[in-house]
Design a protein around this ligand. Structure first.
Ligand code: HEC
Ligand code: HEC
Length: 289
């Protein structure tokens, strides 16, 4: 409601002439500090448009007189980091695995590089801390399917396991029921024997029958006492560390249907220097031999 301007009795300030239900608006000026801040912001923003990338155009943008680009900056930073790393990468490429481990400077670089390459390429299967999961081995312990020396580990990483590559590690765990080598009762017996290796057998007569089955069917790969054979990837089944589970049902399932874990080959995807860093990193996780 527009009314007449007049001087407010209480504050002595002129009103704007606007009135709502008897409430009138005082015409106080903006504080000076506020006004100046506002003007400075306007001036600053005009300068900013000129200097920095600012306005979107149809298919590009105003680039600003200094040509700043955060995208180009990232590329430069990455190039700088690569250049800084190049000398180490070159030295690792030329060194043997033992030399890398023996040189504190290269070792530190390899462990850091190995950790980040592991996070990108390996953690999906082996877990972030390389603790593994069912079917995916824990790489922290000293129970190795294919051997835990630097060379063994580098070979496994380079060629992988059962992936069809000519150099890949290969060794079958047959399905004794599916291949009709054993019947279900013999499999229960041999599972009882496997449990007895960890002191968990409940039926000693069955374990004894199972020992005979084991001697006939399993020692060739798993060795006397189930100690395993890294030439064949046959796990130690007496050490209480299980790839597919150590419960009776899991053992019976393994023996009935067989197992064939597959690990990809990395030799054609990662550089030799990266594979060396990964091997040194895995070797240093705790179980290296
Ligand atoms: C797609 C899943 C997968 C990925 C990705 C993968 N692995 Fe594996 N890895 C496996 C499986 C499965 C095995 C066990 C194979 C077997 O049963 O013998 C294995 C085995 C291994 C072994 C042998 C362990 C032993 O006890 O001898 C090493 C070492 C290893 N992986 C390292 C790596 C590294 C390093 C990477 C990353 C470059 C990687 N793996 C990526 C699935 C994977
Ligand atoms: C030809 C070699 C071979 C024979 C024979 C063999 N195994 Fe295996 N076994 C393997 C291999 C290789 C693996 C690992 C498979 C994998 O990594 O995917 C394995 C895995 C297992 C596992 C799983 C271990 C774990 O850590 O989860 C059990 C249990 C097992 N075998 C028991 C037996 C029993 C019992 C017999 C005899 C009835 C037998 N195996 C015969 C090669 C063999």
């Amino acid at each position: 409601m527009a009314g007449d301007k007049h001087i407010d009795d209480h504050s002595g300030v002129e009103t704007t002439g606007h009135e709502w239900d008897g409430i009138r608006e005082l015409n106080n000026p903006l504080p000076r500090w506020w006004l100046w801040t506002f003007y400075i912001c306007i001036v600053w923003s005009v300068g900013y448009w000129v200097v920095m990338p600012a306005w979107p155009l149809v298919s590009s943008y105003t680039t600003g007189v200094i040509g700043y680009s955060s995208r180009a900056l990232v590329a430069t930073r990455i190039d700088e980091a690569k250049a800084a790393q190049a000398q180490y990468v070159a030295r690792i490429a030329d060194a043997t695995l033992e030399d890398v481990e023996g040189d504190p400077e290269l070792l530190e670089f390899a462990l850091a590089g190995g950790r980040s390459a592991f996070a990108v390429n390996c953690s999906q299967c082996h877990g972030r801390g390389a603790a593994g999961a069912i079917g995916y081995p824990n790489l922290n312990d000293d129970s190795w399917l294919w051997g835990g020396t630097l060379e063994n580990i580098a070979h496994t990483i380079t060629y992988g396991v059962r992936n069809g590559h000519d150099e890949a590690r290969f060794g079958p765990m047959p399905g004794f029921l599916s291949d009709q080598i054993l019947d279900r009762a013999q499999i229960d017996d041999v599972a009882e024997y496997v449990l007895s290796l960890g002191g968990r057998a409940e039926d000693s007569a069955a374990a004894e029958r199972g020992a005979a089955v084991f001697a006939e069917q399993c020692v060739a790969c798993h060795q006397e006492g189930g100690l395993g054979n890294t030439e064949l990837g046959a796990p130690n089944i007496a050490d209480g560390i299980w790839l597919y589970g150590g419960e009776r049902e899991a053992i019976v399932e393994t023996v009935m249907a067989g197992r064939a874990g597959v690990m990809p080959t990395w030799g054609d995807r990662l550089s030799p220097a990266t594979i060396k860093q990964l091997a040194v990193y895995v070797h240093a996780l705790g179980g290296g031999q």
